[in-house]
Design a protein around this ligand. Sequence first.
Ligand SMILES: Nc1nc2c(ncn2[C@@H]2O[C@H](COP(=O)(O)OP(=O)(O)OP(=O)(O)O)[C@@H](O)[C@H]2O)c(=O)[nH]1
Ligand SMILES: [Mg+2]
Ligand SMILES: [Zn+2]
Length: 338
Amino acid sequence: MHNALTELGLTEDFRRAVENFGEMSDKVLIGRVRRIDRGWSTFLCVQRSEMAAATVLAEKRVRNIGADVAVGDWIIVSEDGERILEVLPRRSQLVRRASSDEVRAEAHTIAANLDVVFIVHALDRATNERRLERELVLAFDSGAQPVVVLTKSDSIEATDAARAREAVEAISLNVPVHVVSSLTGEGLDALRAHVRDGATVAVLGSSGVGKSTLVNALTGSDSQLTGATRRGDNKGRHTTTAVDLVPLPDHGWLIDTPGLRAIGLWSSGHGIERAFVDVFTIAEKCRFRDCKHEQEPSCAVRDAVESGSLSEARVASMRRLVAEDAALEIAQQRATRR
Ligand SMILES: Nc1nc2c(ncn2[C@@H]2O[C@H](COP(=O)(O)OP(=O)(O)OP(=O)(O)O)[C@@H](O)[C@H]2O)c(=O)[nH]1
Ligand SMILES: [Mg+2]
Ligand SMILES: [Zn+2]
């Protein structure tokens, strides 16, 4: 049974948690959430098949009453399949701020227990660099490894693709950047290297960039619905409406997600510092430790902008995210005080 669960992506830390159920483990179902809709979780679990004298994967549904679940979660379900007894602690999670509400602070967990986040942008339109920066912060905060994927390479000249990639690399520091086409298959083998050995990869990006098409190309199926983009601006039509965990033939997992309109920060760690490691490294040379890089004397960041070695837009962008993070913290404190 454990072997089959490993194929489902059950890692050592979960295995230990599951073993805490010890004797119980024959009396419960252990599964992984594949989809969530209207208060129900669809989950995959391992069942013994008397006929095949082996274990097989089964898909079941359970109500989410009282359980805070996300796609990718490991759950323990009562034998009768009626209740979620426990959601195992997450080893990583992709979280954004749920609403644009200035006052309330609520988290929306997009997916749980990831190893890698594919941040997808399409080459048939100008890269939204500010969005990419946010996605990088979110991905770093999740605890998983971000990987930037530039899709639709078949739609532009190779020299333009190379130029776009260079611009993206200047923003995505210490992050692999791949140029791919789901139509011709270019670059897909390099992506497959990130999904091997039971790894779970979430696919994040705006509507229409080709997330579902990429998932289909990597799984060699047409399980995910895809939709043509609008003429004129190539924007998507929000074809995918729910997060979906999709198995890969060679034991990896992909999580297809709907194109999110807004990516509000829900900072949990050092996402901003990691996404802006260039600015933070320079800032170590500022005279004041709490330098805001505005009017302070001996500011290394402002010096770098003036000398042209650091982009002003990037510093401004980082400042906005830091301010958003600070505002979020205040909203979070207000929420816990209530
Ligand atoms: N030329 C080309 N078109 C692509 C490629 N990948 C996706 N497309 C097209 O782009 C359109 C949008 O693709 P989807 O996969 O539905 O996009 P998505 O990111 O899943 O969009 P949402 O589900 O709305 O978030 C479809 O018409 C695809 O055929 C590619 O590599 N090359
Ligand atoms: Mg889609
Ligand atoms: Zn400074």
